[in-house]
Design a binder for this molecule. Structure first.
Ligand code: UDX
Ligand code: UDX
Length: 437
């Protein structure tokens, strides 16, 4: 059992803190956002993440999990300090390090005894080396610390599961002492098989970027294959499932869609491209993945226009799904943003519905209508666009929708609505890479 302080109680920091408490450590989750901390202290969960509320309650009750907005005191109380603050994309495309740097300064001021400084946030390759140099330069004699890169591989919407049952834990450090302590905090994970991999700091940083950008590349690849399928009469559903039977390919991340979003793929891809340019090493695959994703998002708008085969001006379009993927309230880089912008740019009217992300999207678009019931959003619509793969959109009452829509156009960007039902009911529909029935 170790004393751990996590700085940054966002989608990553909160799940990491709770997970480490679940593993028997004593954890303080710190955040600069006082409202967020007071919500957490009063038992409210500021983000939507399946299973998070119950595991937070359990660990608070067992006095392993605490929340604080006092970063100095929380650093002094713990031996392991984990940095999980945001590293959002700058306008130039690389990672904005201001939050990480401000946390490093706070740690520097509060190092009175040996500490492990561990970066969980996704940071540009080489950041660890720079942090070590900063801390060592400012250091009082005799005070000792070690640095660890421990990147996260949590998917939003399944982050609790991904944390408690990880495919791998990467511990990047040159210090055996720090490695031992980090293994200790993940102890319950290697009672049976050992998912822990010991690497250098730079290797750990690269593993994160290489993994995420590969997943982004894989999605852009299947999206382009799906687009080609539409022109050659092939069905992406069968293509992807047959591809996935090859163990070297695997069937994961082969679902075509409206383009990937989220706080990670676009940012991590951009950051790796920026690093490759800085090092003058061409990464054509990543630039292609980025461009293909931009194209895919734009293609959805064109698909909608072609579907209704008329101008969108004055047309009411129901947009179902606002978050960047199902099971999250996060709209960062969501393809729904591009779709809404496109419809508004053509003079269309948007009625939006998402099971939980309406509030998040309202911060970006105040000039569209939001509904708490999917059928209210669809009523009187000229067309309906499915943007995320929420389960409730897989079970829409199509006969009811046919009766309440003004015109029966459906664009399914996630291939989750049964085509034979759509054609039986007389809908005019489109999706991604499917052979129409
Ligand atoms: C972020 C990055 O997006 C991800 O790439 C990285 O791996 C981990 O950090 P996420 O948790 O989604 O992931 O970020 P966000 O939801 O923005 O949470 C960051 C939290 O840090 C926010 O709650 C913010 O208030 C807090 N923060 C930010 C601090 O506590 N101190 C700061 O100085 C800045
Ligand atoms: C991702 C990585 O999966 C995770 O390992 C990393 O730590 C953080 O970034 P996340 O962005 O939360 O996780 O969600 P993910 O499930 O990877 O989806 C990312 C985007 O790709 C979403 O917009 C999703 O809709 C899209 N996607 C995913 C597809 O379009 N097709 C797929 O087959 C899978």
């Amino acid at each position: 059992m170790r004393n751990i302080t996590i700085i940054g109680a966002g989608y990553v920091g909160l799940v990491t803190g709770v997970g480490l408490a679940e593993f028997g450590n004593k954890v303080i989750c710190v955040d600069i956002d006082k409202d967020k901390i007071s919500q957490l202290k009063s038992g409210l969960i500021p983000i939507y993440e399946p299973g998070l509320e119950e595991i937070i309650k359990r660990n608070v009750k067992s006095e392993r999990l605490y929340f604080s907005d006092d970063i100095s005191l929380s650093i002094q109380k713990s031996q392991v300090i984990i940095i999980a603050v945001g590293t959002p994309q700058t306008s130039e495309g690389d990672a904005n390090m201001e939050y990480v740097n401000s946390v490093v300064r706070a740690i520097n001021k509060n190092l009175k005894d040996y500490k492990i400084i561990c970066t969980k946030s996704t940071v540009p390759i080489g950041t660890g080396g720079r942090i070590i140099k900063t801390l060592s330069n400012d250091f009082e004699e005799g005070i000792d610390f070690d640095y660890v890169s421990n990147p996260e591989f949590l998917r939003e919407g399944s982050a609790v599961k991904d944390f408690l049952w990880p495919d791998r834990i990467i511990i990047g450090t040159t210090s055996d002492k720090a490695y031992e302590i980090m293994c200790d905090i993940y102890k319950p994970l290697y009672i049976n098989k050992n998912p822990i991999k010991h690497t250098t700091v730079e290797t750990a940083e690269m593993i994160k970027y290489a993994s995420n950008s590969f997943l982004a590349l894989k999605i852009s690849y299947i999206n382009e294959i799906a687009n080609l399928c539409e022109t050659v009469g092939a069905d992406i559903h069968d293509v992807a499932s047959a591809m996935g039977q090859d163990g070297r390919i695997s069937d994961k991340f082969l679902h075509p869609g409206p383009g990937f979003g989220g706080s990670c793929f676009p940012k991590d891809l951009e950051s790796l491209i920026a690093i490759s340019k800085e090092k003058n090493i061409p990464m054509e695959t990543l630039s292609a993945a980025k461009k293909a994703n931009i194209n895919q998002k734009a293609k959805m708008g064109t698909k909608l226009e072609n579907l209704i085969n008329a101008s969108l001006k004055g047309k009411k379009i129901a947009v179902l799904g606002l978050s960047f993927k199902a099971n999250t309230d996060d709209v960062r880089e969501s393809s729904s943003i591009d779709m809404i912008e496109f419809i508004l740019s053509k003079g269309g009217i948007v009625s939006a519905y998402d099971p939980i992300a309406n509030v998040s999207m309202l911060k970006l678009f105040k000039n569209i209508s939001y509904f708490d019931n999917v059928y209210d959003a669809i009523k009187g619509a000229d067309a309906l666009v499915v943007m995320t793969e929420w389960n409730e959109f897989r079970a829409l009452d199509l006969p009811r929708i046919k009766n309440i829509m003004k015109n029966a156009f459906i664009l399914d960007t996630r291939n989750i609505i049964n085509m034979s039902e759509l054609s039986k009911l007389g809908f005019v529909y489109d999706n991604i890479g499917r052979i129409k029935i």
